[in-house]
Ligand binder design. Structure first.
Ligand code: ATP
Ligand code: MG
Length: 573
């Protein structure tokens, strides 16, 4: 492509809402333009990168045995009623009525539609397993669109759905997708980690997020350098500590103390001159409307996702005041484990602890020297707290580390969450009717492109990995008004075209400095400079964008050398 003819509006200006570097560079490099909040145009340069990422995704999905189809963006409300999500999905689901007054939505995801397709066509175990995917536009009315195409409202997603006859098959499908994802992100030139994520009521390690490691990422992860354990912060486990029998000889007498207006852990510590780790915090939750108390050490925080999964409820909320008074007989701030009239669960952090301080379940009172067994029945212990930096790895015990990342992909075992309510049934070997076991697998295409820029840029602009670069080479005659330079550049450009190399010929009548700046900004991996001094020797310079390394080659050998360098730079899987 001749630069002079390209629709490539580069510039220095960045909009004030562009907080992260990928957003700034995508604007400056003429890749995207905002249409309205959370909705973007891809300009030609940006769309070339999108297409390359899509192509890698397609190749790997096909290689893993998935088949591509294409589903509509507009979906009827009735399907969503069948799955139960019409009322559960929040405002991210854009609902509307058509001229016939039928309720519809714009698909934020396609579980309902794919389940409908498959239930209508698949009747026997012989037709399974099946994995179907599409690369399609999703609409999610995100509450706070930001970071450009990283968190927008309309975006392209690759979504795949697997259907299996049994758990074993579903797990094999899951593993296949997991491996395909590793290949996809490696081929895109990304440094990433697959981390265990919350799989809700399904349990087990059947949900992984693929996080591109970046400080600007919205997701927090923990990982262990020794054994490779990696998990989303919300899901990160804490190993069960060894339980030692409490030394009853050390139990001090239970003592009720008057603590007027002393409610928070801080206030309790100051008033009683104790440390937060000497206090039991008692939190009352409403789990599907039923009360449950969670005990945790005063210096720790509860992880509500763990509590929700542990209790196996659909909706978990902090209890309202009236529920607290009902179970504890006292207002918030004075709640404790002794005599509370609801199930009590305790985080591991309060195991093996003696003579603790707790609320007395009496307004304006706390109790000192609380001990399990003596003062109230030993509770069920579980992992209910949020992980902290410095905690031990749940697998091998080494100190875990924290990092941030951008979620570019997600693999998830669905089980029969959709197939059961939507009656996607088949006849098994024994002629018995059963629901199919499903999995779903998403990749955000635009977010992958943006995440790649977060990892691959410098002060001058983007540095594309060869595999997804919009063009691989830019040929730059330093002065187009000098015929020998112009002609030599044309020659290299044509030789590249013959070899199938995607190249730009910067034929603009601009100063060399301006051209170099643009080439760096848009991140083309290899630049060929055609200048008078080298040309006099029959040579040109090849400069690598990432390292700045320059090689001088004979003009007739330039195209072959470039083709070799391109080949060499492709990530291998
Ligand atoms: P997030 O937690 O970031 O909102 P999600 O859990 O809602 O993501 P999924 O429903 O698993 O995401 O969607 C699959 C993939 O689609 C994500 O891994 C991500 O790459 C992409 N994606 C999700 N929401 C957006 C968005 N608002 N803008 C761009 N890409 C998105
Ligand atoms: Mg989301």
């Amino acid at each position: 492509m001749r630069y002079s003819r390209m629709f490539l509006p580069t510039g220095r200006e960045v909009p004030s809402d562009a907080e992260v570097v990928s957003h700034q560079l995508m604007i400056r490099a003429g890749m995207i333009r905002k249409l309205t909040s959370g909705i973007y145009n891809y300009l030609p340069l940006g769309y070339r990168v999108v297409r390359k990422v899509e192509q890698i995704i397609r190749e790997e999905m096909n290689r893993a045995g998935a088949q591509e189809l294409f589903m509509p963006m507009v979906q009827p409300a009735d399907l969503w009623r069948e799955s139960g999500r019409w009322s559960l999905y929040g405002k991210e689901l854009l609902r509307f009525r058509d001229r016939r007054d039928s309720e519809c939505c714009l698909g934020p995801t396609h579980e309902e539609v794919i389940t409908d397709i498959v239930r209508n066509e698949v009747k026997s175990y012989r037709q399974l397993p099946l994995n179907l995917y599409q690369i399609q536009i999703k609409f999610r009315d995100e509450i706070r669109p930001r970071f450009g195409v990283m968190r927008c409202r309309e975006f392209a997603m690759k979504d795949a759905y697997s259907f299996d006859a049994d758990e074993e098959g579903a797990e094999a499908s899951y593993r296949k997708m997991f491996e395909a994802y590793e290949r996809i992100f490696t081929r895109c030139g990304l440094r990433f980690r697959a981390v265990e994520a919350d799989s809700g009521s399904i349990g087990g390690s059947f949900s992984h997020e693929f996080l591109v490691i970046a400080d600007s990422g919205e997701d927090a992860m923990v990982f262990c350098e020794r054994c490779g354990y990696a998990a989303n912060l919300e899901k990160a486990e804490i190993a069960r500590p060894e339980e030692t029998p409490l030394d009853e000889g050390a139990f001090l007498p239970l003592e009720e103390v008057h603590t007027p207006e002393v409610r928070t852990i801080e206030e309790v510590c100051a008033f009683l001159s104790v440390r937060p780790q000497d206090v039991i915090k008692t939190l009352v939750f409403s789990a599907d409307g039923k009360p449950a108390a969670v005990l945790i050490r005063g210096d720790e925080e509860v992880n509500e996702i763990k509590v929700k999964n542990f209790l196996g409820c659909d909706v978990l909320e902090m209890a309202m005041d009236d529920m607290i008074v009902q179970v504890a007989g006292s207002p918030r701030g004075f709640v404790g484990p002794i005599g509370i009239s609801c199930p009590v669960y305790a985080d591991y952090s309060v195991m093996n602890r003696l003579n603790m301080v707790a609320g007395a379940n009496r307004e304006d009172y706390h109790v000192k020297n609380v001990n399990f067994g003596r003062d109230f029945p030993k509770p069920v212990f579980a992992d209910l707290r949020a992980v902290r930096e410095g905690d031990s790895c749940p697998r091998c015990g080494k100190e875990i580390r924290f990092a941030r990342g951008i979620e570019v992909g997600h693999v998830f075992k669905l089980g029969t969450k959709y197939s059961a309510p939507m009656k996607a049934h088949f006849l098994d070997r024994d002629g018995k009717e059963r629901p199919m076991v499903m999995g779903c697998y998403g990749i955000g295409v635009g977010r992958t492109v943006a995440a790649c820029i977060e990892q691959n840029h410098d002060r001058d602009g983007i540095i594309w990995p060869m595999s997804i670069a919009p063009y691989q080479v830019i040929v730059t005659p330093v002065n187009v008004n000098e015929a020998p330079l112009r002609e030599a550049a044309e020659k290299v450009y044509e030789a590249l075209a013959e070899r199938g190399v995607e190249a730009i010929l910067d034929d603009r009548d601009e100063r060399a400095g301006v051209k170099f700046k643009d080439a760096d900004l848009i991140g083309i991996p290899l630049r060929v400079t055609v200048g008078p001094k080298r040309l006099a020797e029959g040579k040109v310079e090849i400069r690598e964008r990432r390292t700045g390394a320059v090689t001088v080659v004979e003009i007739d050998k330039a195209a072959d050398e470039l083709a070799r360098m391109i080949n060499e730079a492709m990530p291998v899987t």
